[in-house]
Design a binder for this molecule. Structure first.
Ligand SMILES: [Zn+2]
Length: 431
């Protein structure tokens, strides 16, 4: 680091990359070599790490770029297209040879840390811990007592990579959100460390030689408490061979850009979608069956003056050929909301027997989370009758919105009939 300030970020990024390549090459039988899954470390990330820009709070979303260092920067990078694209942009910037930290800060494009990683299972979580630990190992020597954060990371890795975990998860069956549950603890711990590291008084103790007794260790204590809570929960559930029940709402903040889970890149300079074609182009291609709000051969009836059945069927066929699966998903939905910007968690009653994805089922919203743990029904029959009635009561009580007639016209209950309508509003009120 004995270089001028300007080139530190690139050298630091280089150092981290070297460490990663070394770790990868070391021994393929070791978990550190086999699970490491990070290729691109941006200069922006390095620069934020050098400046101590660490996130001290939980994220609200992982979808876009970030200005702070937080665990998502180390998520396993699986989309090769995104990696390649980001690294060519990076090389171009380096080649100009005029970048320094100050200059790069002037433009937001270069200082934001791209989030291109993702997680699909618990092995990816383990990779995340190893990615982080490897990057930290680039900074510390290996003979001193190891930093507490590294110890915690290695504890995470050993908790999820041992026979007890394997036996447990085999016995209790799939816990589709478990990796994000683990992530929430890791994030909390990271935030606590960031709190400790960015504490003004603590900074003075390190740089101004104030007595160490004045060190504010609250952040460290909180971090360790969080890890202990996590380990206890895992051990309790493993002892009883019960699954950890994860409320999908507790991990909805970890919605990533859907592109991260694909092997392709979003179109460059994605312009705001004005036409149907554009709208389709900015929606990633995979997981279509899951993301489609209904079977493609069933277009929405445009108004109440529906044509006779046979004619409708014809049109349906035609429609499915033209825009079928690619139909703008925002335009579909079983429910209409008065205010489409309402919080997804407020759309349905909290004690609903089925966990429905409000983003998926409501017109004007879109579920971009490939790992979404909520239900994505495509027809009314997939929602239990009593849940439909509970939603109707909730919609009426809270004046939230109305039901799509297309989906619910066969439900005989009065409460539901009163709420039926189309894009324009409730049918009975429009007459
Ligand atoms: Zn969803």
């Amino acid at each position: 680091m004995n270089q001028n300030r300007a080139s530190r970020a690139s050298s630091f990024a280089d150092l981290m990359r070297m460490t990663i390549n070394e770790a990868k090459a070391q021994d393929w039988t070791s978990i550190r070599s086999s699970q490491i899954l990070i290729k691109l470390l941006s200069k922006a990330l390095a620069s934020h790490m050098l400046q101590g820009n660490f996130a001290t709070e939980k994220v609200t979303s992982l979808e876009h770029e970030t200005k702070k260092v937080e665990p998502s920067a180390f998520l396993p990078q699986r989309n090769k297209c995104l990696i390649n694209r980001k690294s060519t942009t990076k090389n171009r910037a380096t080649n100009k040879n005029v970048m320094d930290i100050i200059d790069s800060q002037k433009s937001t494009r270069k200082t934001a840390i791209a989030r291109i990683g993702t997680m699909a299972d618990i092995t990816n979580f383990s990779s995340l811990c190893i990615n982080m630990d490897t990057v930290i190992s680039a900074i510390c020597t290996s003979d001193e007592p190891q930093p507490i954060f590294r110890q915690i990371l290695m504890n995470f890795v050993s908790l999820v990579n041992n026979p007890d975990w394997a036996k447990w998860s085999e016995s209790v069956g799939s816990m589709p959100l478990i990796h994000w549950h683990c992530y929430s603890f890791l994030e909390r711990i990271f935030n606590c460390f960031a709190d400790f590291a960015t504490d003004f008084g603590n900074g003075n103790i390190m740089s101004e030689a104030r007595p160490i007794t004045e060190l504010n260790t609250k952040g460290l204590v909180n971090a360790i408490t969080a890890f202990k809570a996590f380990r206890t929960q895992i051990q309790l559930n493993q002892a009883q061979m019960t699954p950890i029940i994860i409320m999908p709402s507790s991990v909805t903040a970890y919605t990533l850009s859907a592109w991260n889970n694909t092997q392709s890149c979003p179109p460059k300079d994605s312009v705001p979608a004005t036409t149907k074609e554009n709208a389709n182009a900015t929606t990633p291609p995979p997981a279509q069956s899951r993301a489609n709000k209904r079977v493609p051969t069933t277009p929405e009836s445009p108004d109440d003056n529906s044509p006779p059945r046979h004619q409708k069927a014809k049109r349906a066929k035609k429609g499915s050929k033209v825009d079928g699966p690619a139909k703008d998903r925002k335009e579909m939905g079983m429910f209409f909301l008065k205010n489409p910007n309402i919080n997804a968690s407020d759309v349905f009653p909290r004690d609903l027997s089925i966990k429905l994805c409000a983003n998926f089922t409501c017109r004007g919203k879109e579920c971009a989370n490939a790992n979404c743990g909520f239900k994505h029904p495509t027809k009314a029959g997939e929602i239990p009758r009593e849940a439909v009635l509970a939603i109707a009561a909730h919609f009426i009580a809270k004046d939230i919105g109305w039901f799509n007639k297309y989906h619910f016209m066969k439900v005989p209950d009065e409460e539901v009939k009163k709420l039926l309508g189309n894009v324009k509003g409730i049918s009975s009120k429009m007459a």
